[in-house]
Ligand binder design. Structure first.
Ligand code: CA
Length: 350
């Protein structure tokens, strides 16, 4: 089995604080022997779980990158019980370029798992996570937004994994983000996702969609940062008192899901997209929720996008300029009680 070409000066067997990077060999036209640097920090102290915290899987998703950089500077070694591994910008070339896809090889890191140690830069990064960082971790946290393409209602989200104990761990950690909505999603855009690889390795996987676009409201930064700290307390790697929705004076988190392909609506034509409903808004079947306007035919009535079913708008398109086939809406529905029941009690098959 070929080994990863990635090198790091960080010694994972050592306690204390180490700041370094993952060095990925690559070439470009002005350097045949470059080392692409992905900054990484570890803090190990006492006994406890290993928690891998990452953002910048997509480069144009900012609140998580900022939350992890803050954490890296603010955490004291004695706050840790176990080990945290912090990577603020996992897809460093994309983060520097503010792009979803890597400018080095054009790849989407979140479609590149399990990766390939002999592949492109993006495949090499994915392979290193799959073979080195995931196996040493108990908890894998991957912080997203909708990028510049999509605006999400700020929420934590997860896959409905089959293993009952893993599902319960993931649901409780997802709830520890203390978001208004928690979202069960499906993979409509293909395979090779980072969280799926970590789930397949049995990890407690926590992911978020903290809005999107270039503007991050103060409240979303605050939610991203406070939620992350609370999840770290919840999983036992950070000392402190865990906050709950109740202790914050908030109503319980509402679980919603978009698990059918009909829940993902695509622009039927190219034009200027106008959302008729904000994210977080409840809609009824047949309700007009979006309009596509036509610059070259201002006299033409806009094409209306209707909700195919009742639900809640969890996400809509970000940029106004829209091409036919771009994702326009994601419509979510309340999660059935019988599923929510599996988040708090592990059912033993008899
Ligand atoms: Ca994303």
């Amino acid at each position: 089995m070929p080994t990863s070409p990635i090198r790091t000066g960080i010694d994972f067997s050592q306690p204390g604080r180490q700041l370094g990077s993952l060095s990925v060999p690559y070439s470009y036209n002005l350097s045949g022997w470059s080392q692409l640097q992905i900054p990484m920090a570890t803090i190990g102290h006492g006994e406890g779980p290993t928690v891998l915290v990452m953002a910048g899987n997509h480069g144009d998703e900012y609140p998580g990158q900022i939350a992890i950089m803050r954490l890296l500077r603010e955490l004291h070694d004695e706050d840790i019980s176990g080990r945290v591994i912090l990577i603020p910008a996992l897809n460093m070339p994309a983060a520097k370029a503010s792009t979803r896809l890597s400018p080095v090889d054009g790849a989407n890191l979140n479609r590149s798992f399990p990766g390939d140690p002999e592949g492109t830069v993006t495949q090499i990064i994915a392979d290193y996570l799959t073979k080195v960082l995931f196996p040493m971790s108990d908890v894998v946290i991957d912080l997203h937004t909708g990028g510049r393409g999509v605006y999400f209602f700020p929420c934590a989200h997860m896959h409905l994994v089959d293993d009952p104990a893993q599902r319960q761990r993931m649901a409780q950690a997802t709830l520890a983000y203390n978001t208004d909505l928690a979202f069960l999603y499906s993979d409509i855009a293909g395979n090779g996702l980072l969280p799926v690889e970590a789930e397949n390795q049995g990890k407690t996987v926590v992911t978020t969609e903290m809005g999107g676009g270039e503007v991050t409201p103060r409240a979303v930064h605050k939610l991203s940062q406070q939620g992350l700290r609370n999840v770290l307390i919840h999983v036992g790697v950070l000392v402190g008192k865990e906050e709950t929705r109740a202790s914050l004076g908030l109503s319980p988190t509402r679980w919603v899901q978009a698990l059918d392909k009909e829940d993902y609506l695509f622009a039927p034509e190219s034009g200027l997209f106008e959302s008729l409903v904000d994210v977080g808004g409840d809609v009824t079947a047949g309700q007009p929720i979006g309009a596509i306007h036509f610059l070259e035919r201002p006299d033409r009535a806009p094409t209306i996008i209707e909700a195919p079913s009742s639900g809640i708008v969890i996400a809509h398109r970000g940029p106004t300029v829209t091409q036919q086939g771009d994702i326009a809406f994601c419509l979510a529905h309340d999660v059935p009680d019988k599923i929510i029941d599996t988040f708090t009690s592990v059912k033993v098959e008899t």
